[in-house]
Design a protein around this ligand. Structure first.
Ligand SMILES: [Zn+2]
Length: 362
């Protein structure tokens, strides 16, 4: 039982029914603090029955945490929900938290030697992240320096494509400018680190991506990912299969587009999507952003059975978010994915050979 996940979910429910914005943010902050704990929250109980101080958790959230630790549930929150008239909305949110891992569960999965799958030491580079060229805050140089600190030998910068102006998608002119900057940095970090020229192309409603074949050919790594029609329960198998079959696509990024407690993401017959990806050698991403965890270890088991390759990525928009790759590695371990199937565990040479092969044959 993951009490961190359970308590964080309850605090999020409580936040959702608050009338005051300030209280709503307070409970949301507390939920985030619990989800980010490195250890099981029950280990923070002190002999006198109080809770060790956790940053960003105020007295009323502390009372709820203690209530759950003592009784296994929170009558305070359940009664408040029942009295709020928002029970259906809370029920809906609760269904959208399946197979999300708390940070404590991530840490446990990384440490658990009985699990097969990649370790952090096997992980050589991150293949989805955003820089100041689109909606990220990290510079290319910061990506290199943090990558080196994390023991990587490469990373792909995958800013949003121009078809997604809401995420400050890069124009082709801006992309050319970025490529010149990457060439300069790669020359000065030669033999130490390599930035791969990537993009996160947007998958449109019909499954095509928002860049032409010629444009995609200017890139070393193309992540194609859905950013719209993520709340529809209509089947979108053909959309996702079309995206996978698009020449020049290397990775199907955050395949569902789900969000913790708020958005179900794409509905599809995933076995068919994974079968197409396996046949074509397109990698399925496990996006490690804690609010995405997309796909999760459960669905990843199906992709593994289909014979897929995997990309385990942070989807970082800031250097401190590069650690989100660890969440993806934890899901891969829980799914039992052998490291040979994880393209981030390949050498740069093997990765480039695969990427070039995919760009050629499409
Ligand atoms: Zn995205």
């Amino acid at each position: 039982m993951d009490l961190n996940g359970k308590i964080a979910a309850l605090l999020r429910d409580f936040a959702a029914i608050q009338k005051s914005k300030q209280r709503m943010w307070g409970y949301k902050r507390a939920a985030a603090a619990v989800l980010a704990l490195e250890e099981p929250i029950e280990s923070l109980m002190q002999p006198d029955g109080t809770l060790r101080k956790i940053p960003n958790i105020g007295p009323s959230s502390s009372r709820i945490i203690l209530e759950v630790l003592r009784t296994g549930s929170s009558p305070t929150i359940e009664e408040a929900i029942a009295g709020s008239g928002q029970s259906p909305d809370i029920e809906r949110r609760r269904e959208l938290r399946g197979h999300f891992l708390s940070r404590a569960q991530v840490v446990a999965a990384l440490r658990n030697r009985r699990l097969v799958g990649p370790t952090l030491a096997d992980y050589r580079g991150d293949l989805q992240m955003h820089s100041v060229y689109s909606d990220g805050s990290q510079t290319l140089q910061e990506i290199i320096e943090t990558g080196i600190q994390r023991g990587y030998s490469y990373s792909a910068v995958t800013d949003h494509s121009y078809g997604l102006p809401i995420a400050r998608g890069v124009s082709m002119a801006k992309l050319a400018e970025q490529h010149r900057a990457i060439d300069r940095l790669n020359a000065s970090y030669r033999d130490r680190f390599r930035i791969l020229k990537g993009i996160e192309a947007n998958i449109r409603a019909d499954g095509t991506v928002d860049m032409s074949r010629e444009e995609l050919q200017q890139l070393e790594i193309v992540v194609a990912a859905p950013h719209s029609t993520l709340r529809s329960s209509a089947d979108q198998t053909s959309r996702m299969v079309t995206a996978v079959k698009t020449p020049g696509v290397h990775i199907l990024g955050h395949p569902r587009g789900r969000k913790y407690g708020s958005r179900p993401g794409v509905t599809a017959k995933w076995e068919r999507v994974f079968a197409a990806a396996a046949r074509l050698g397109v990698a399925i991403e496990i996006d490690g952003d804690p609010s995405r965890q997309d796909i999760d270890h459960d669905l990843a088991g199906k992709a593994l059975a289909a014979g897929c390759l995997f990309a385990l990525d942070s989807d970082a928009h800031a250097t401190e978010e590069l650690a989100y790759a660890e969440t993806a590695v934890a899901h891969a371990r829980l799914a039992g994915i052998p490291k040979e199937r994880v393209i981030n565990c390949w050498s740069l040479e093997q990765l480039l050979e695969w990427a070039e092969g995919r760009s050629r044959i499409g």
